[in-house]
Design a protein around this ligand. Structure first.
Ligand code: ATP
Ligand code: MG
Length: 365
């Protein structure tokens, strides 16, 4: 398929040599059954790439089952993937098909593969090697005809070094590695992405966008985009909708960016720019210090609280306080993210699974 048509069909927008090469690799591997490992920071398009591989394959009429390995509790992941027999464990009242069985003939997309427990990794390796697996609670091997695509924003080499990921599985998975570079490393894609999403958002919201001034367009190019394409798309959506399609200058745009850093190299103002970078860094440090200070005050208040209201031994008080702090952090992250556990987990730098467990432990459901 022509590159352009492929991009339109599968929504993989971009003009950079990097994205062009990715499309070439996807086109080459899609018709085969080769396992593909997709890597890249959050928001770079790993899921888009996985869907394109499936859609361009001979399996496209069969399902693609997406499994987020980080969101399933450790004890359940095996039965979710491979199914279980009736009575295999206490709550197994019925036989249940696993994702490998449901995806038969199609594709299984294991997202956040770096979160897969070691014990499950062994079983996955076995399916990859001879297509065989067993349901939990059964010893009868079953055959699976499934194409595997995996993705992670972790560095799996590092996970292997840390003995959290099996090296044999890692080598198996990365037979083809599609790496999606961060948006800041392929800035040529920004104009095409902006054009694509401006059109999509305008149509969806029935508004006419009056466009960006030159300095606003420059800012979109210079900004670091820590949240990559997801952040760009969300920022454009907020800008267009909330500003009702009004023409945007750099100052207007800056309000919608996640990081409030000034732009390095903003045209015509080299001296002022340097100064403002320093100033902004100072501001950032100052803000971090203020945050830290208020955290310390809060902690101090909590500890004081405990000491005055709790008559238990010294050691107990401290343990309680730590737990309480953790509970509050989790509650705060959940509130800030309006109950969205995925975002809350990201903010706390823990996996969704860990967050689920803690929510449960702290009775925050
Ligand atoms: N090349 C692209 N062209 C157009 N849209 C894209 C492209 N890449 C990503 N997007 C859009 O950006 C958003 C994030 O993409 P996606 O969910 O695939 O990222 P991801 O790498 O899986 O992120 P995470 O690691 O957080 O799961 C989606 O809305 C997707 O449609
Ligand atoms: Mg994803």
């Amino acid at each position: 398929m022509e590159r352009e048509l492929f991009q339109k069909t599968y929504g993989l927008i971009g003009q950079s040599p990097e994205i062009q090469e990715i499309i070439d690799i996807i086109q080459q591997v899609a018709p085969t059954d080769i396992t593909v490992l997709i890597t890249g920071e959050s928001g770079t398009g790993k899921e888009v790439a996985a869907k394109a591989i499936h859609a361009a394959s001979r399996r496209c009429q069969k399902p693609m089952v997406t499994v987020n390995c980080g969101a399933i509790p450790e004890g359940l992941i095996e039965s979710e993937l491979f199914g279980h027999e009736k009575g295999a464990f206490t709550s197994a009242n019925d036989m249940r098909k696993g994702f490998f069985e449901i995806a038969d003939g199609g594709t299984i997309f294991l997202d956040e593969i770096g979160e897969m427990p070691l014990a499950t990794q062994v079983k996955l390796l076995r399916v990859l090697e001879n297509g065989e697996y067993t349901r939990v609670g059964s010893s009868a091997p079953r055959k699976s005809d499934v194409r595997l695509i995996t993705a992670t924003n972790k560095t799996l080499e590092y996970e292997v070094q840390q003995k959290r990921f099996r090296s044999d599985l890692y080598f198996r998975l990365r037979s083809v590695n599609v790496h999606l570079p961060a948006l800041r490393d392929r800035k040529e894609d920004i104009p095409a992405l902006v054009e694509f999403y401006v059109r999509e958002i305008s149509e969806k919201n029935k508004l006419h966008f009056a466009g960006f001034t030159d300095d606003a367009a420059g800012l979109l190019m210079e900004y670091r985009w820590p949240g990559n394409i997801r952040e760009l798309k969300n920022a454009l959506e907020s800008m267009l909708v909330l500003e009702k399609g009004r023409r945007m200058n750099a100052e207007n745009v800056r309000k919608y960016l996640r990081e409030q850093m000034p732009v390095v190299g903003e045209r015509n103002l080299p001296v002022f720019t340097n100064k403002s970078v320093e100033q902004a860094e100072r501001e950032l440090i100052y803000r971090a210090l203020l945050d830290l200070k208020s955290n310390i005050i809060e902690m101090k208040e909590m500890i004081d609280d405990k000491f005055h209201t709790n008559g238990d031994g010294e050691h107990d008080k401290q343990v309680l306080t730590m737990n309480e702090m953790e509970r509050r952090m989790i509650q705060g992250a959940l509130e800030r993210n309006k109950g969205n556990r995925r975002l809350a987990a990201r903010e706390l730098h823990i996996s969704e699974r860990t967050l689920y467990r803690k929510i449960h432990d702290f009775g925050l459901e």
